[in-house]
Ligand binder design. Structure first.
Ligand SMILES: Nc1ncnc2c1ncn2[C@@H]1O[C@H](COP(=O)(O)OP(=O)(O)OP(=O)(O)O)[C@@H](O)[C@H]1O
Ligand SMILES: [Mg+2]
Length: 163
């Protein structure tokens, strides 16, 4: 089954009044159970492509289908739901610094209101060992983690939704 289909995705950014292409006519498909890596030099448009798929940025042109449902063209964020989760490039900036590590991980699913607080806590604690994060860090603040530990917390936050 085709999980994700991207067709002719294009995005331009304005710099000093001039439009620069960040993503030009990008097309690919991702099958269910498959892993896809996108490789390219710094600034070639990888994050912008991911942001458009996650509906955090709007495309200028092109189409995105997730589970055969068109998610491009319309509004941002909502149509994708918990099935598609993002792990951001800069982990520290992707958390609310006021949150404890466990609260940050639970935030991912809390937004969807599908699990009770008790269920969320249980799921979060299971994920600590799954991503290789010490459970004793659960009440620390995010800024008290190393960059790598913080990215592990971000991975746990995305997995808690069972995407
Ligand atoms: N919000 C923005 N406004 C203006 N230009 C942007 C914006 N976001 C990205 N760009 C530009 O678009 C291009 C693509 O950026 P993008 O972040 O997608 O690159 P990347 O492939 O993820 O790079 P890296 O490997 O360094 O993370 C770059 O030239 C960048 O400067
Ligand atoms: Mg990037």
């Amino acid at each position: 089954m085709e999980l994700l289909k991207v067709e002719n995705l294009t995005k331009k950014f304005k710099k000093k009044g001039i439009l620069f292409p960040a993503v030009s006519q990008v097309s690919f498909t991702l099958e269910k159970g498959e892993c896809l890596g996108i490789v390219g030099e710094s600034g070639c448009g990888k994050s912008t492509t991911a942001n458009m798929i996650a509906r955090l940025q709007k495309e200028d042109e092109g189409e995105i289908y997730f589970e055969d449902r068109k998610i491009s063209g319309g509004m941002l964020l909502k149509p994708v739901g918990k099935g598609l989760q993002m792990i951001f490039q800069n982990p520290q900036d992707s958390f609310d610094p006021r949150d404890s590590v466990i609260e940050g991980i639970m935030q991912g699913a809390a937004a969807y209101g599908i699990y009770s607080r008790k269920e969320l806590t249980e799921k979060a604690l299971e994920l600590f060992s799954y991503v290789g994060l010490k459970e004793e860090y659960q009440n620390r603040k995010i800024r008290q983690l190393s960059g790598g530990e913080c990215q592990r917390a971000a991975i746990a936050r995305s997995l808690i939704c069972e995407p």
